[in-house]
Design a binder for this molecule. Structure first.
Ligand SMILES: Nc1nc2c(c(=O)[nH]1)N[C@H]1C(S)=C(S)[C@@H](COP(=O)(O)O)O[C@H]1N2
Ligand SMILES: [Mo]
Length: 257
């Protein structure tokens, strides 16, 4: 109860400062996105960022991986740290035994997996650095299933351009957290749905039971509490239409680092 109230207050604060303080935190990344008109020309500016960054860092490039000795002693939890819904509480009470991950939308064979089924698939472990725009970083060891392996099972249709990650948490206005990436980025070897952090099952603050690790992208892209991946051709019909919870409030969709 108390942690959630704190996180809601923090979020209110953040919402009010997207146009000012948090944008300053982003300086160093992209001067184009600094000024107040940034949200209005978002699509143009972010296309530029995406094209430039993809040219400099090809899509297949791996994020730096670290050693065990580099793992942060404390990995902060940020944003929502408990979805706080009745449904989620039921999943917690059942130790997520009924949790399913669905892949739907523009795929040949939509399907779902239980958590146990996902854990039986070949896993990948990676020690990477997480960078949050609020000004902190942490190195953690993530274990999970490569999303590319799941894509091979569902077979995206030719017009599937984006994978949208739907999460279990909603903010105080009832708006659900979501994120998205290009379908092509789902096949990157370090793009995984993680179920372990530092060799133990993901805890609730870090996104239990499943959270996205989309390395080489900023913290807000790393969706926690993932329930469903929806493949679409356009982002327009989803949430506020900008491809993610924070993107709908002015953050860049292409958050490459
Ligand atoms: N579902 C969901 N995913 C989320 C968030 C959130 O509030 N809800 N916050 C994002 C932000 S801003 C960051 S920095 C990371 C924080 O992940 P952590 O709590 O494991 O540190 O999760 C991201 N993914
Ligand atoms: Mo963040």
């Amino acid at each position: 109860m108390i942690p959630q109230q704190q996180s809601m207050r923090r979020r209110q604060f953040l919402k009010g400062t997207v146009g000012a303080a948090s944008v300053v935190v982003l300086s160093g990344c992209d001067n184009l996105s600094q000024s107040s008109w940034f949200p209005n020309i978002l699509s143009k500016a972010e296309r530029v960022t995406e094209i430039v960054q993809r040219a400099v860092t090809p899509r297949e490039a791996l994020a730096k991986e670290y050693g065990e000795a580099d793992i942060s002693t404390v990995f902060p939890a940020n944003g929502n740290t408990d979805p706080g819904t009745e449904l989620y509480a039921e999943h917690v009470a059942r130790n997520f035994s009924e949790w399913t991950l669905e892949i739907v939308g523009l795929v040949k064979s939509p399907r779902s997996w239980s958590l146990a089924a996902l854990k039986e698939l070949p896993a990948r472990t990676q020690i990477t650095r997480h960078d949050c725009v609020e000004g902190w970083s942490a190195i953690g060891k993530w274990t999970g299933v490569p999303i590319g392996d799941l894509m091979h099972q569902v077979e995206p249709l030719p017009n599937a351009r984006y994978a949208v990650f739907h999460c279990a948490d909603v903010d105080d206005e009832g708006i659900a957290y979501y994120e998205s990436m290009a379908v092509a980025d789902c096949y990157h070897p370090q793009t995984i749905l993680a179920y372990e952090l530092n060799d133990v099952a993901l805890d609730i603050p870090h996104g239990a039971p499943l959270r996205l690790r989309f390395e080489r992208q900023l913290g807000y892209k790393q969706a926690k509490y993932v329930m469903k991946i929806e493949l679409v051709e356009f982002l327009a019909g989803i949430g506020g239409g900008k491809g993610g919870y924070w993107e709908d409030q002015g953050y860049e969709w292409y958050a490459g680092i």
